[in-house]
Design a protein around this ligand. Structure first.
Ligand code: ATP
Ligand code: MG
Length: 422
C-alpha cells in the first residue's frame, strides 16, 4: 500500500461533522452584515508580497515572521494573504471603488500565517472582514461595533465577550508619543527582554503589549498615549464613546491596546473572551485613514475589523451551543421491483413542494432493517417507505423515526404531512 499523505501542519480539514456549525457561524455573519447594508467582495488569496509589507508594515510580527512568501514561475515574489484589509484596499483602488464614494464591504475566507499551531491559532485560518470607506465620523466606527455586538447576540455568546477600546491618535501624535516612549524605555533598558529591545527601535508601541510581567510592571509609569492625542482624535474618540453609551454597549478603555498592524490610527478595538485560554481575541479592528493613500489611492478615510471564525466556532463548542439544523429530514426507504425509481420521483416532487427540505434516498439495496439503520445514522426524523404494494396503490408509509408510529397515506398528501419538518 502506498504511504498516506498528510495535511500540512496547522491547516485543517473541516469534516462533515464539523461543517454544520461552521455554516451556522457563516450564516449568522452573512445575515448580520447584510442587515447593515454591507456588500460582499471577493479577492484573490495570493497577492504581490510588497502589498503586505507596505500595508501592514515591515516591522510587524506578520510581515517579519508569519508570511507564506514564495517565488512563482516568473520569479515574482507572491504571498498567501495573511489578512484581508490590504487586498481589499488594493481591489478598491484598482477597480475605482473608493474615489469620491462610500463603500461598505465585507469578505470571508482563508488567511495564512506561519505561526506555531495551537488551540485557536492555525496556519490556515478563516476570517470575516468588514471595511467601510469614505466615512470620517465616529458614527461608522460605532456602527461596526454595534454590528459585532449584534452578531454575538445572534450566536448566543454576548455574555462571554468583552470590548476593549482605545484611540491611538493621528500619525503625528503617535510620532511624538513614540519619542517620549523610547526615552522612557531607554531608562529601563536593563529590564527589557530581547524582543522589546528590538521593538524599541523598530516599533516601540508594540512594547506596550508585551506579555512579559516584569516589563508590564515598569510600563505602569510609562508615558500615556492619551496625553499625546491630537484634538481631532480626542473629539472623535469622545464621539464614539458617546454613541456606544447611547447604544448600551459596554466597553473598557485600554490604554495599552495598540494592535499589531501599522496602518491603524484613531479608533482601535478588540473583542476578547476568557473562554478560549490564551487565544482570546475573537475580533479586532480600527480606523486606517492613511492606508488608501499609502497604497496609491486618493486620501480616503476607512475603518474596519476582522474576526477569526475558528475562534467563534471553538467558543460555540466550549459553551455547548452546538445545536444545528439537521442535515437530513427525510430518508426514502424503498424495496421491491421499480420502487426506487418511484421513490426518487416522489423525493423530487417533495423538494419542489417544500423548498428547504432535506431528503436522502437509500441506494445500494438491502432490506428494511439495514435501511432504517442508515436513516437513523444520518439523523433523519421521518422515513418514507415504498414497497411494491404502496406503488401499486399510490400510497406511501410515513414512519416517525423518533416516536415510532407509522401510517399509510396517499402520495398526493405527503407534502402536506411533511410541511412542519422544515
Ligand atoms: P493574535 O493576537 O491572536 O495573534 P492578531 O492581532 O494577530 O491576533 P488580527 O491580525 O487582528 O489578529 O486578526 C483578526 C482576528 O483573526 C484575530 O482576532 C483572531 O480571531 C484571528 N486570527 C489571527 N491570527 C489567527 C491564527 N493564526 N489562527 C486563527 N485565528 C487567527
Ligand atoms: Mg497574531
Amino acid at each position: 500500500m502506498a504511504k498516506t499523505i498528510q495535511a500540512i501542519r496547522g491547516m485543517n480539514d473541516c469534516l462533515p461533522t464539523q461543517s454544520p456549525l461552521w455554516q451556522k457561524v457563516e450564516n449568522a455573519v452573512k445575515n448580520t452584515v447584510s442587515a447593515y447594508g454591507y456588500s460582499e467582495v471577493r479577492m484573490p488569496i495570493v497577492e504581490q508580497t510588497h502589498l503586505f509589507s507596505r500595508a501592514i508594515g515591515e516591522v510587524t510580527d506578520v510581515v517579519e515572521k508569519e508570511m507564506y512568501t514564495f517565488e512563482d514561475r516568473n520569479g515574482d515574489s507572491l504571498t498567501l494573504r495573511p489578512e484581508g484589509t490590504a487586498g481589499c484596499v488594493r481591489a478598491g483602488i484598482e477597480n475605482g471603488l473608493l474615489y469620491n464614494q462610500e463603500q461598505r464591504l465585507w469578505y470571508m475566507g482563508p488567511m495564512f500565517r506561519h505561526e506555531r499551531p495551537q488551540k485557536g491559532r492555525y496556519r490556515q485560518f478563516h476570517q470575516c472582514g468588514v471595511e467601510a470607506f469614505g466615512l470620517n465620523g465616529p458614527d461608522v466606527d460605532a456602527e461596526l461595533i454595534m454590528l459585532t455586538a449584534r452578531l454575538w447576540r445572534e450566536l448566543g455568546i454576548a455574555d462571554h465577550v468583552r470590548l476593549e477600546l482605545n484611540s491611538i491618535g493621528s500619525l503625528e501624535a503617535r510620532q511624538q508619543y513614540r519619542e517620549a516612549l523610547v526615552t522612557f524605555l531607554e531608562q529601563h533598558i536593563d529590564i527589557l527582554d530581547d524582543d522589546c529591545k528590538r521593538r524599541m527601535h523598530t516599533n516601540p508601541l508594540r512594547v506596550l503589549d508585551t506579555k512579559n510581567r516584569d516589563i508590564q510592571a515598569i510600563l505602569v509609569d510609562a508615558p500615556q498615549l492619551s496625553d499625546y492625542l491630537d484634538q481631532d482624535s480626542k473629539e472623535h474618540f469622545a464621539g464614539l464613546c458617546e454613541l456606544l453609551d447611547a447604544a448600551g454597549i459596554d466597553y473598557q478603555v485600554n490604554q495599552r491596546l495598540v494592535r499589531g498592524l501599522d496602518y491603524y490610527n484613531r479608533t482601535v478595538f478588540e473583542w476578547i473572551t476568557d473562554s478560549l485560554g490564551a487565544q482570546g481575541t475573537v475580533c479586532g479592528g480600527g480606523r486606517y485613514d492613511g492606508l488608501v493613500e499609502q497604497l496609491g489611492g486618493k486620501p480616503t478615510p476607512a475603518v474596519g475589523f476582522a474576526m477569526g471564525l475558528e475562534r467563534l466556532v471553538l467558543m460555540l463548542e466550549t459553551l455547548e451551543l452546538t445545536e444545528v439544523r439537521r442535515s437530513v429530514d427525510v430518508y426514502m426507504v424503498t424495496a421491491g421491483e421499480g420502487t426506487l425509481m418511484v421513490g426518487m420521483k416522489l423525493a423530487e416532487s417533495l423538494r419542489e413542494a417544500l423548498p428547504g427540505i432535506r431528503i436522502m434516498s437509500h441506494f445500494g439495496g438491502g432490506g428494511f432493517k439495514k435501511q432504517f439503520k442508515r436513516a437513523d445514522k444520518v439523523g433523519a426524523v421521518v422515513a418514507l417507505v415504498l414497497g411494491e404494494n404502496e406503488v401499486a396503490e399510490g400510497t406511501v408509509v410515513l414512519k416517525d423515526l423518533k416516536g415510532g408510529e407509522q401510517h399509510s397515506i396517499a402520495t398526493a398528501d405527503v407534502a402536506h404531512a411533511l410541511k412542519d419538518l422544515i
